[in-house]
Design a protein around this ligand. Structure first.
Ligand code: PLP
Length: 395
């Protein structure tokens, strides 16, 4: 059967145009055609830049990678992955072997913790979790077979600040890789490569993309060989990102600087306001003088203390329920970095697997909330939160 025009199925080319689009074109193509086998050879050998199969790379992923490379001052172009956890997995699974030992910060993101405690040991890789603010404890955990130390600079949800300067020296002296998940801090507040990190990880899903409509990650290594290994592993393991997600992420990242500035300025105002409210037992914000790691945060974070504020309400679960119910217009949702402010309650979400005593030891009671501050007007946001705190005190 002939088709309508009698032509071949795929059109020859895009229409001619002397002008070009200002928006990056979306390239959903899974495969890319080359002119000849010789040309394909040259592409694979790196003499010619060209795409072949989208799992191995595509233009929309490269656009996002280049933008993050610039923001992170990455020595080599990093890899964009299908999620932040894919980037974490690429490092933990792609650069280790059975018999290795990995040290992780004891307040890593929940799924990273799970990979450390469940998956790596299953594969014969032993792990130890240590407070990243305590370099001596990290030193004590080192073994001859320790391969890497994985940390987050500002921990979730208690917002403790890692002793990155001390860990950099420790890692270098002991020939261990220092891996930094920079999701919370973002390159706007902290650039891990400038502080001696060997590998940088991001969940682009969060502040970088910023609109809760994309899941993506990024990983880049200082050493060319490790960077190449990570790229090959992500291709083999199928951690490739969708072109549409990359396209959306690029659009979100165009306004990242402005969003971050605004959100962290509002977070500082909100933290101070929360501290004045009756019914609030304590406020955790690294920009406040009463934060235990304020001095370290001041040195490391270039005066950008991030958009996350945690606080503890007086009262139990019923007070927490009343607070969430009364915080009208703010989503109670387990994420961070959205344009809108979101509330999270570790006892019922990220830390629900812990016993009440374990949560207590980490300072997370039933009244503990983490706020990811968005782009609302600061006065409006403070008023909504104040009303919600008052409602929680009425129960
Ligand atoms: N790292 C941190 C610090 C995170 O907070 C998260 C998610 O919340 C991740 C990694 C995982 O990212 P994703 O949800 O994109 O897989």
């Amino acid at each position: 059967m002939k088709n309508e025009t009698g032509s071949l199925v795929r059109p020859d080319a895009l229409p001619d145009s002397a002008s070009r689009p200002v928006v990056t074109p979306l390239s959903p193509s899974v495969v890319y055609a080359s002119d000849t086998p010789d040309m394909l050879d040259r592409q694979y050998e790196g003499d010619l830049k060209g795409y072949t199969y989208a799992r191995e790379g595509h233009p929309n992923a490269d656009v996002v990678a280049k933008r993050l490379d610039r923001m992170e001052q990455a020595p080599h172009s990093g890899v964009v992955t299908s999620s932040g956890m894919a980037a974490v997995s690429a490092v933990l699974l792609g650069l280790t072997k059975a018999g290795d030992h990995v040290i992780g910060g004891n307040q890593l993101y929940g799924r990273s913790l799970r990979m450390m405690t469940e998956d790596l040991p299953r594969l014969g890789i032993s792990t130890t979790l240590v407070d990243p603010g305590n370099v001596e404890a990290m030193r004590a955990a080192l073994r001859p077979e320790t391969r890497m130390i994985l940390i987050e600079v500002v921990s979730n949800p208690t917002l403790q600040v890692a002793d990155v300067a001390g860990l950099e020296v420790l890692a270098r002296e002991n020939n261990v890789l220092l891996v930094v998940d920079n999701t919370f801090t973002t390159p706007r507040a902290f650039q891990p490569f400038a502080h001696g990190a060997d590998i940088v990880i991001h969940s682009i899903t969060k502040l970088l993309a910023g609109h809760s409509d994309v899941m993506l990650g990024y990983v880049a290594a200082r050493d060319q060989r490790l960077n190449d290994l990570l790229r090959v592993f992500t291709v083999t393991a199928g951690m490739n990102p969708s072109p549409f997600d990359c396209w959306l992420a690029e659009r979100g990242m165009l306004s990242f600087d402005l969003r971050f500035e605004r959100a962290q300025a509002t977070a500082a105002i909100l933290a101070d306001h929360l501290a004045t409210l009756k019914g609030v037992r304590r406020v955790l914000y690294p920009g406040r003088c009463d934060h235990p790691d304020h001095a370290r945060a001041g040195t490391l974070l270039k005066g950008q203390f991030c958009n996350m504020v945690s606080f503890e309400l007086e009262g139990d679960r019923s007070a927490a329920n009343a607070f969430a119910r009364a915080a009208e217009g703010l989503n109670f949702a387990p994420t961070l970095g959205d344009v809108g402010t979101t509330l999270s309650h570790p006892a019922s979400s990220s830390h629900r697997a812990l016993t009440p005593d374990q949560r207590k030891a980490l300072g997370m009671s039933e009244g503990f909330f983490r706020i990811s501050v968005g782009l609302e007007d600061p006065d409006t946001l403070c008023a909504v939160i104040a009303r919600a705190v008052a409602a929680a005190m009425d129960v």
